[in-house]
Design a protein around this ligand. Sequence first.
Ligand SMILES: Nc1ncnc2c1ncn2[C@@H]1O[C@H](COP(=O)(O)OP(=O)(O)OP(=O)(O)O)[C@@H](O)[C@H]1O
Length: 258
Amino acid sequence: MNAGEILLEARDLALQAGGRVFCCGVSLEVAAGRCVVLLGPNGSGKTTLLHTLAGLRAPAAGSVSLAGRAPQAWPAAELARFRGLLAQQQDDHFPATVLETVLVGRHPHLGRWGWEGAEDAAVAREALAAVGLTGMAARDVLTLSGGERQRVAIATLLVQAPRLLLLDEPTNHLDLHHQIAALDLFRDLAGQGRAVVMVLHDINLAARYADSVVLFDGDGGAQAGDAAAMLDATRLSRAFDHPIGVVDDAGRSIFVAR
Ligand SMILES: Nc1ncnc2c1ncn2[C@@H]1O[C@H](COP(=O)(O)OP(=O)(O)OP(=O)(O)O)[C@@H](O)[C@H]1O
């Protein structure tokens, strides 16, 4: 995996949802090793952008390119090995064990007949250990707590092993310890030549993990830039329509709601 290789490029995007066009002119380049955070108020377009970048919905204008190719130009299984999406919420309609659920993430890697082998089960158990769920493999997913279910979803993405991780609120339902553990894990994956684009609601977590930020303004606009420039109290106050101050904690900026 080449550090610095461009895994995702979006040019002059405009998003569309529900007959509305918004966030016009967003451009973004994501190199291997980088972590991008999408930040902004509810309903401002973060999920719509993430799904557009994943190739799951068409932009109203502009282009998305994944490692130099439009998403539609990728064969489905190859695309699923290249980019993975952690959805904002996990819906389970039928009983299944935790192990079976995680193994779904292996599908793009399976051979012609689609059977998982002992090696896939070992990969899944390793992923469960990475999210602190060792010993939970046999549990029914319908019996899990919200935070446990979220960690199963993260383990499912880990076994999919995409180079580009698109994460919609990965810290959903997680307590402080597991939020930091999950975000450290994603940052480590970026450090190993992958790239991460994730929606976060916590400005301080964004400041801790983002190399660059796409800030949505809630008025149909969005701007991308270096984290240091975008995470500015005045800019954030305007975007969130709430006064936000900044305090210094041993050289680190901590954002506080006034
Ligand atoms: N299928 C749809 N039909 C109508 N409106 C839609 C549809 N999908 C999204 N929208 C609207 O598009 C806008 C952007 O939605 P999106 O889910 O991208 O916001 P978000 O920034 O991720 O919000 P949140 O922080 O609440 O998760 C919202 O106003 C939403 O209601």
